[in-house]
Design a protein around this ligand. Structure first.
Ligand code: PLP
Length: 451
């Protein structure tokens, strides 16, 4: 099933990759250096396809972990970056400002809910989460409530791999036990039960409210991924649940942090997932697709009220300021990516992808080891009844001409919005082929990690 018809003509490209050096010296995400997992060489990317180092061309079902929403090699983003590279690639942000940051932040303030007005540019999603947590803690210091320093969240969440972000990831599947006391103890309510498009299931927020009632004097903020818990298994939940959380946060005087790092910028059908619930966050985290996947950048946006609280705190300033903050090159890429989004074409693209995936994946529910099939926006999921062997299946997907990286017990795709119908069919067909062939022996426990 090797798709020889899409071999790249340049047969020399394989030689550019020194796999032996890679294996000996380079960490990859969630891997061991003594038992290196197989890695696939990639030579280049264009549109929705990756050209592998052996010349094979595969359709990208991942958008490079949710990021590359407009496809690879978009002239608008590349031109903006090339111009920026020769104008001002980087300059410190302490005491300095520049047009790329201002242009980008204007768009962000414009696109997000009206209460969100103050933008902190961070280096990555995990750092955006750290920043959000620090903002919430400093806010309450400014409100003369210095005891409010803990975070409340729900199980099955994922917010990143740095220490504070880890502390609010799922306590069982996350990395809490590995690092002992170094991971701050936070408060966990059960994961939402109410499904997407369902009303709130009776009692779904009861345990969470009980925690708030008993501990609100110590809780700075509630953090959650709105509508979709991504790396926790691609679970979609009810907008009513979010509405209820917003009301509970107000009732118990706790800030609401929405982590839209995976869901933001149209990925699940709305520009931001909170729009399903028509609520506003006090603090919003964005990342991944912010630059269209061209370079790392994230943002944490808060309300005037939160910013004022931070100013009133003993420090009087927000205590964070990384070296590459507001990197002009990244800002220029993000500005160009958001300009593409603001043309509004993404809405039709996302809706078409959703309809096609819904139609094409539906039959998989009848396969022996399939537990569930679900689609929302551009996220298509086949959930298996047991954990998957990511490494083995990844190679099988390449044989089928696609790049898909399953994890836990889910085979999922998050393609670029620009994917065409034939490419999407190739992805859904590969997903069904693998899911239909799956036997219990092919499954093995996989780590919980970046979705
Ligand atoms: C919801 C969510 N928050 C935070 C992160 C962490 O972002 P990053 O990998 O850029 O640090 C991720 C990454 O998958 C995520 O899905």
């Amino acid at each position: 099933m090797n798709n020889l018809n899409s071999q790249h003509s340049d047969s020399t490209i394989n030689s550019e990759i020194d796999f032996a050096f890679d294996k000996q010296h380079i960490w990859h995400p969630y891997t061991s250096m003594s038992q290196a997992a197989k890695v696939t060489g990639v030579h280049s990317a264009d549109g929705c396809e990756l050209t592998l180092s052996d010349g094979q061309v595969v359709v990208d079902g991942t958008s490079s972990w949710w990021a590359c929403i407009h496809g690879y090699n978009r002239p608008e983003i590349i031109d903006a970056m090339q111009h920026q590279l020769t104008t001002l690639s980087h300059v410190m942000f302490g005491g300095i400002t520049h047009a790329p940051a201002i242009n980008l932040c204007k768009r962000l303030v414009d696109m997000t809910s009206p209460n969100l007005t103050k933008v902190f540019l961070a280096d990555s999603g995990s750092i955006a989460v750290e920043v959000a947590m620090k903002m919430a803690m400093q806010y309450w210091q400014g409100k003369n409530q210095p005891l409010k320093q803990q975070l409340l969240t729900v199980k099955r969440g994922y917010h990143g791999d740095t220490f504070a972000a880890m502390s609010v990831c799922d306590p069982d599947n996350g990395m809490h036990t590995m690092f002992g006391n170094a991971v701050t103890e936070q408060l966990f309510a059960p994961a939402p039960l109410s499904g997407f498009n369902q009303a709130l299931v009776d009692g779904d927020t009861d345990a969470l409210e009980a925690i708030l009632k008993a501990n609100h004097q110590h809780i700075a903020a509630l953090i959650i991924e709105p509508i979709m818990q991504a790396a926790g298994g691609m679970h979609f939940y009810s907008a009513d649940y979010l509405v209820a959380l917003r009301a509970l946060c107000d009732k118990y005087q706790v800030l609401l942090i929405l982590d839209e790092i995976a869901t933001g910028f149209g990925r699940i059908g709305k520009l931001f997932a909170y729009e399903y619930a028509n609520i506003e966050a006090d603090i919003l985290c964005l990342g991944k697709a912010l630059t269209g996947g061209y370079i790392s950048l994230a943002a944490t946006i808060c309300s005037d009220e939160v910013a004022q609280g931070i100013s009133d705190s003993p420090a009087g300033v927000f205590m964070h300021g990384p070296t590459f903050m507001g990197n002009p090159l990244a800002c220029a890429a993000a500005d160009a990516s958001l300009a593409i989004l603001q043309t509004g074409k993404w809405q039709q693209q996302v809706s078409d992808i959703e309809s096609q995936m819904t139609l094409e994946l539906a039959e998989a529910i009848h396969y022996q080891h399939v537990k569930d099939v679900r689609v929302l926006g551009t996220v298509g999921v086949i959930e298996m009844d047991s954990a998957i062997n990511t490494g083995a299946l990844q190679q099988a997907f390449i044989q089928l001409g696609v790049w898909i990286r399953p994890f836990g017990n889910v085979i999922y795709i998050t393609p670029p919005y620009t994917i065409n119908a034939a490419q999407l069919t190739k992805l859904t067909t590969a997903m069904k082929t693998i899911a239909a062939d799956m036997t219990q022996e092919q499954s093995s426990a996989d780590t919980f990690s970046n979705g």
